[in-house]
Design a protein around this ligand. Structure first.
Ligand code: ATP
Length: 735
């Protein structure tokens, strides 16, 4: 063993020397120049040296010892090979032989697969080779020094590096997991980029993390033809986007556009379009007891995210196209008539490949051209009579025709229907007929008693010409696409959607229109859909028939974030939602303290207790801590109280674009997607978390599953029935 360690140490030093030489040579190659080609070369060299610098402290994380199987075992050379795997490939610049293989290369699959025997690897040009793995060695390198290594073979497996990694304290940004990607995660990362992928993963199963690794993998696959700014990540809010922003650069992928669904679609509409903030709606949802008005607003929102909305718009645009041209011939005079059939042929056949607005323009240009041709015929005929008419009379005659024809053209053009997106959208939603159609086709006939209320709601929110709600962006964008087309916009090479359960099927579908083929990867968890006014109820709502290949559906059931004890309690709560296809998380083997419940006699007493605990937690090295409540109002009050007790805290209100780490006071709906060393759940009472309310159950589940190591429940009012359980799941602490 000592020998092996010494050998590995020597190899590490050898690689580090190679890196130093390669960095020096890349830097030496950079010239002071104004020559364009040399500037480009400088950028390549700069990137190369940056990447090498990143490799220096950890050039690789594992070693594989393997051999290839051949079709005829008798011909097997029996030769074993060794490969080191790292974040980036390293090659000898002269011989091109590899020192370190990039984790995204096909052969690195041998490391990520569970199995050790007969592993098939697709190599270039569709060939498949079969390998046996004899050894996987995982290195523990710290600051460029080898501390220890862990060996796995067919007979002896170790999970130590994974568990070690999960035991670590959280940092203020999400981190990459290249060293410990699991086999099911690896398959998702490497799945077909041109097939819509839907991943349902339990809380903490690594969805966000592997979504980012997938992008890094795709960037590697297309490194010669793509630029990273054609990749897109769609996340729930700016805070989340900031929180995940370290992963891709650490994996060598810079400049990927990361945005929210709202900002993305807004950018396709005219600048003057205003979108009202969602915050008010979200706040009112959790702060105030549900009213009829809130129910109607929620239903009015859900309808606009349903795929029936696409059908409604399609029907409307189809109707517009069919009724676009007037039911009459275009008559300039008795001798110059373009029949309606001819106009119809042009519109419905010759120009049919254009979107509506362009098609209309084309038709009017054709009519204008024909009118000009007719005028030319008149002029030629008039000129033939030059022996009987003076030149002045001839000019006057032609001018009279010109005016007459132009009037006719203008009158006819006005009758070819125009299309204003905003007027059309409003008309569509403020008619009882349209909304009744939506209710029926979205399968919500039972909401019919709310029809007048929903129409009234649309009339109120769509009152102003150019102000809309965020949920309208899907419809407005789709109408724009149907009427104007999207040719001007270069499609994205791949779009990754995270927290996708918060978008309706129609909202997901419009993203498909923005990407190449079916290059869309959708990650989410239905157990975390916590909004009554948006989101999916089932993955099958995503319409397979709208895509060219069937949707690839994957499930991730193992949860890596929280300890077994925290996950057991979270699963206990989640079981109260009786939803079909519900998948409960299986925590990976990592134990911790049982969640602790303290029942305080008053709010002040609870907060004083929490202050003491915060100090203990920080002394234990747990620095990222979230105090979580259902309502923003409670967060603001608690935040003020804690600040007045000289604690440095961040109250998250939803407007932040930067995550600071440390102690955060945060409403559950803004904590989604994030994780903390410890979570303190404030006053989960019966009033806040009703036992048969799926949304309340899911909110509680989201809050609890944010915790990596410790979960505390501090209550000063009667506890929610959802948390009533025996001492196997919860320790009760005396105040
Ligand atoms: N294979 C893995 N190796 C090490 N850590 C992992 C692995 N998979 C996931 N994790 C860790 O688990 C935690 C949860 O990951 P992530 O936030 O990506 O999960 P998620 O499914 O998006 O969670 P949620 O839906 O609850 O927000 C992170 O700390 C991540 O680093």
């Amino acid at each position: 063993m000592q020998d092996e360690l010494a050998k590995e140490q020597a190899y590490l030093e050898y690689i580090k020397t190679h890196i130093s030489q390669a960095v020096a040579s890349a830097k030496n190659g950079i010239k002071q120049t104004k020559e364009f080609t040399e500037i480009v070369l400088n950028t390549v060299l700069q990137n190369q040296s940056l990447q090498l610098e990143k490799s220096r402290s950890q050039p690789y994380f594992s070693k594989l010892v393997f051999s290839e199987q051949t079709a005829n075992p008798q011909n097997d050379s029996g030769k074993t090979e060794e490969l080191y795997i790292g974040r980036f490939g390293l090659f000898d610049r002269e011989t091109l032989s590899p020192y370190v293989i990039d984790w995204r290369s096909p052969i690195a699959n041998l490391y990520y697969e569970d199995s050790f025997k007969a592993i098939n690897i697709k190599v270039e040009h569709g060939y498949e080779l079969t390998f046996d793995v004899h050894l996987k060695r995982q290195f523990d390198l710290k600051d460029g020094h080898l501390v220890q290594f862990f060996d796995s073979t067919q007979a002896i497996r170790t999970n130590e590096p994974l568990i070690e990694r999960l035991r670590a304290k959280s940092e203020d940004r999400l981190k990459d997991i290249v060293e410990t990607i699991q086999a099911d995660q690896n398959r998702i990362i490497r799945s077909d980029p041109y097939q819509v992928l839907v991943v349902q993963g339990v809380a903490g199963s690594g969805k966000t993390t592997i979504a980012l690794h997938r992008l890094s993998y795709l960037a590697y696959q297309h490194k010669h033809e793509e630029s990273f700014n054609r990749f897109l990540i769609v996340g729930p809010n700016q805070l989340f986007i900031d929180y995940i922003s370290d992963v891709l650069p650490n994996l060598g992928v810079e400049g990927v556009r990361q945005t929210t669904w709202e900002s993305l679609l807004h950018s396709y509409l005219p600048k003057k379009v205003r979108i009202t903030s969602q915050h008010k709606k979200v706040h009112s949802l959790y702060e105030i007891a549900p009213t009829d008005q809130a129910r109607i607003a929620a239903r009015a929102s859900l309808l606009r995210g349903h795929l029936a909305m696409k059908e409604l718009i399609d029907r409307y645009v189809n109707h517009l196209e069919h009724t676009a041209i007037p039911d009459e011939d275009f008559v300039l005079d008795r001798n110059h008539v373009m029949t309606r059939d001819e106009i119809s042929r042009k519109f419905h056949h010759d120009f049919a490949h254009y979107p509506y607005v362009k098609r209309r323009e084309r038709l009017l240009t054709a009519l204008k051209q024909w009118t000009a041709d007719c005028l030319l015929t008149i002029a030629t005929n008039v000129e033939k009579q030059s022996h009987t008419m003076s030149y002045t009379a001839m000019d006057e005659h032609i001018a009279k025709y010109k005016v007459h024809y132009e009037r006719k053209l203008q009158a006819y053009s006005k009758k070819v229907k125009t299309a204003d997106i905003f007027t059309m959208y409003r008309t569509l939603l403020t008619s009882s007929k349209g909304v009744a159609w939506l209710l029926h086709h979205s399968g919500h006939n039972e909401w019919i008693e709310d029809l007048p209320g929903i129409v009234l709601y649309y009339k109120e929110v769509l009152l102003s010409n150019l102000t809309f709600e965020w949920v309208d962006l899907g419809g407005l964008f789709y109408l724009t696409a149907r009427l104007h087309g999207l040719e001007k916009h270069k499609p994205f090479s791949h779009i990754i959607v995270d927290e996708a359960q918060d978008l309706g099927a129609f909202q997901l579908y419009v993203l498909r229109l923005l990407c190449n083929q079916d290059a869309l990867s959708i990650f989410g968890d239905l157990s975390q859909s916590i909004y009554t006014f948006k989101g999916l109820t089932a993955w099958r709502d995503i319409p397979g028939e709208l895509f060219s290949k069937p949707v690839q559906f994957e499930v991730l059931q193992r949860s890596y974030r929280s300890t077994i004890e925290i996950m057991n309690l979270a699963n206990h709560v989640l079981q109260h939602v009786h939803q079909p296809d519900q998948v409960l998380a299986i925590p990976v083997l990592r134990h911790g303290e049982k969640p602790c419940l303290t029942q305080w006699s008053s709010r002040t007493e609870a907060l004083e207790g929490i202050v003491k605990r915060l100090t203990t937690l920080q002394n234990d090295g747990l620095h990222n801590i979230a105090i979580i409540s259902k309502t923003a109002q409670e967060c603001t009050q608690v935040g003020k109280w804690l600040a007045s007790h000289s604690l440095s805290i961040h109250v998250i209100s939803g407007k932040e674009t930067h995550y600071e780490g440390g102690i955060s006071v945060v409403p559950i709906y803004f904590s989604k997607g994030m994780e903390f060393d410890a979570v303190i759940l404030l006053n989960p009472t019966n009033k806040h978390y009703v036992q048969d309310s799926p949304i309340d159950i899911k909110l509680l589940y989201v809050a609890m599953t944010r915790a990596l190591h410790r979960l505390y429940i501090d209550s000063w009012e009667p506890l929610s029935e959802l948390l009533s359980t025996d001492s196997t799941l919860l320790s009760v602490i005396e105040p």
